[in-house]
Write a protein that binds this ligand. Structure first.
Ligand code: CAA
Length: 383
């Protein structure tokens, strides 16, 4: 497997890194403090073509590959995890449903707007009583001639209120369990689509996480994605991609914390010397660097396998699992190196730790990732 980046990938990473230094990092603390959705940054990302990186040019995207997308996402997360999750959800869970599972008419209608970033996408799977057990969802879609009537509610939906389109998972046949779940493309202005309460979260303050309620929401048959009953498999396949993105996000957050801790260890003087001179600090930084690199390689591996067209579901779960655990550890250790200063809002360390925590939870908790990995091991998918 070739982990060398192409010249195009290096150029793109440099472009995103410059953007992050100039535009994202200066904004991140404000976004965290005010809980404002970083709309101006999203518009700049649109201008830079960052909202459709792995979508072909014919549909308005940048025509790059999935690895390039993960590289860009990692860089954005290094600056602001909220901005990164907006991009991640928009791309893999908001745009990919249409690109990979939509018919040509649906692609023509929605993809150019999504890939050019003129419209954000969102993904509505989770419900108040259906999180890890995704196939237990109770939102229903009943066919009535040339349309469906959808009733139910969703919780913790990222990009809500800013998305122009939602991929909504609903049951068309409750007796069939996961095989009775169907995916629908729902325009944000559809009557009966109600935006519910905003979550008060520990971190990711700039990302919009809200409830969605469907009250006799009428969706035309032409907005069904795939066939009836295919929705669960569509959702699972999309989450394989999404999980690689969350791995990249975790690596980006940890990278920021590591860089800050490394710099601080060489500035902070105690016992008449920089604290980097102490082996206790050196060992922490060495472990942080090694774990960070291991996580980054797992993310690259999953992305490269995907680009090469070999199975990558297990590797996506491994990347998400390892990178998110690493991010919580590295941000926590960075705070330890910063001592009391790290615990204050004077430094970004406490934000990194708060933002890292969610990567162990969303797009499938790490317990779910272990279930997915174990299933593959049982099926001997461990080449
Ligand atoms: N790709 C394609 N198909 C898949 C698949 C995959 N990766 N994984 C499973 N399937 C198929 C199976 O082959 C099976 O097909 P058949 O019916 O033909 O046999 C079907 O889906 C059902 O599979 P399981 O029996 O394995 O399903 P399950 O009910 O046991 O659930 C699970 C499996 C892995 C636990 C799943 O429910 C899961 O991933 N749960 C976590 C949900 C999750 O990640 N939610 C995240 C929400 S989005 C989010 O967080 C976004 C955000 O805001 C940032």
């Amino acid at each position: 497997m070739n982990f060398n980046l192409t010249e195009d990938q290096k150029m793109m990473r440099k472009m995103v890194r410059d953007f992050v230094e100039e535009e994202v990092i200066p904004q991140a603390a404000h976004t965290d403090e005010t809980h404002e959705f970083p709309l101006a940054l999203v518009h700049k990302m649109r201008e830079l073509g960052l909202l459709g990186i792995p979508i072909p040019e014919e549909y308005g995207g940048a025509g790059s590959d999935f690895t390039s997308y993960t590289l860009a996402l990692e860089e954005i997360a290094r600056g602001c995890a909220s901005t990164a999750v907006i991009m991640a959800v928009h791309t893999t869970l908001g745009t990919f449903p249409i690109y990979y599972f939509g018919n040509e008419e649906q692609k023509q209608k929605y993809l150019p707007k999504l890939a050019k970033g003129e419209m954000l996408g969102a993904f509505a799977l989770t419900e108040p009583n259906s999180g890890s057990d995704a196939s237990s969802l109770v939102t229903t879609a009943k066919r009535r001639g040339d349309h469906y009537v959808i009733n139910g509610s969703k919780r913790f939906i990222s990009n809500t209120g800013y998305a122009g389109i939602y991929t909504v998972l609903a049951s068309t046949d409750r007796t069939k369990g996961s095989r009775g779940i169907t995916a629908f493309l729902v325009d944000a202005d559809t009557p009966g689509l109600i935006i519910g309460k905003k979550e008060k979260k520990m971190g990711l303050h700039g990302s919009s996480t809200r409830e969605l309620i469907f009250e006799d929401m009428v969706v035309p048959v032409e907005n069904r994605l795939g066939e009836e009953g295919q929705g669960f498999k569509i959702a699972m396949a999309l989450l394989d991609d999404g999980r690689i993105g969350i791995g990249a996000q975790a690596v980006g957050i940890a990278q920021a914390a590591f860089e800050a801790a490394l710099a601080y260890a060489q500035e902070r003087v105690q016992f008449k010397q920089e604290i980097m001179n102490f082996q206790g600090i050196q060992f922490m930084l060495a472990d942080m660097a090694a774990q960070l690199e291991a996580a980054r390689l797992l993310v690259y591996q999953a992305a490269v396998r995907r680009v090469e067209g070999v199975p990558y579901s297990k590797e996506a779960s491994m990347a998400k699992l390892f990178a998110s655990e690493m991010a919580v550890k590295v941000t926590n250790d960075a705070m330890q190196i910063f001592g009391g200063y790290g615990y204050t809002r004077e430094y970004p360390i406490e934000r990194y730790l708060r933002d890292a925590k969610i990567t162990q939870i969303y797009e499938g908790t790490n317990q779910i990732q272990r279930i997915v990995i174990a299933k593959h091991l049982r099926n001997k998918n461990y080449d």
